[in-house]
Design a protein around this ligand. Structure first.
Ligand SMILES: C[S@@+](CC[C@H](N)C(=O)[O-])C[C@H]1O[C@@H](n2cnc3c(N)ncnc32)[C@H](O)[C@@H]1O
Length: 188
């Protein structure tokens, strides 16, 4: 269960539908994996398949920006302890359900830079990282979410981007179906 449970059934239903429909070489990505709870839900959906799931989160002491300022909430929420627990939860679920999962400790925008510059090997070949489903639930500041969506729209051919906590970024020039504060942006 995520930190924002309303509408999770709908979100996971869309993930299931995309997993059934999209070519298996299109990977899935969650930006902002936090405790790994949604990641583990997605892992259960991908059970036993060849599809790769990527997760990205800087964790640690990276200050959390919300509505243009550092979040005044509980700063201990995103700690290295969270990171260790999350890594264990995600790795255990991926192992139990025989799912290809790779986690990167960095921001989404760093990740987009990094994957341009390195070779990801899978089954003896360089595997191109292309995404069919992306759950954007990392930074909730408009400037970052805008760059995330722009990069993804440039690099995705089909599938779905879901932007979580839409009320923080609703002024962005992207239009999609909004359900339970998540914006569903279809691609292709
Ligand atoms: C709301 S939580 C994510 C909840 C999780 N998706 C779930 O459903 O349980 C936000 C997470 O985003 C991470 N984060 C913050 N800025 C980020 C960025 N620029 N790129 C990737 N992740 C980021 C934080 O470290 C935090 O763990």
């Amino acid at each position: 269960m995520s930190d924002h449970p309303e509408g999770m059934d709908h979100l996971l239903g869309r993930v299931r539908e995309l997993h059934e429909r999209l070519p298996v070489n299109l990977s899935f990505l969650e930006v902002g994996s936090y405790q790994g709870e949604t990641t583990c839900d997605i892992i259960r959906i991908l059970r036993g398949s060849e599809r790769w799931l990527f997760t990205v989160d800087p964790y640690g002491s990276k200050p959390y920006l919300l509505d243009g300022q550092f979040w005044a909430g509980d700063q201990t929420l995103y700690t290295d302890h969270t990171y260790r627990r999350a890594i264990r939860a995600m790795a255990t679920a991926a192992d139990e359900h025989a799912v290809n999962h790779a986690y990167y400790r960095m921001t989404s925008l760093d990740f987009f830079e990094v994957i341009r510059r390195f070779d990801f090997w899978y089954r003896g070949e360089i595997f191109p990282l292309r995404f069919g489903f992306v759950y954007l639930d990392g930074a909730h500041e408009p400037a970052t979410v805008r760059k995330e969506v722009e990069w993804l729209r440039e690099h995705m051919r089909e599938g779905l981007i879901v932007v979580d906590d839409w009320h923080h970024v609703a002024d962005l020039p992207f239009r999609g179906e909004v359900l339970h504060d998540r914006c569903y942006l279809p691609i292709g």
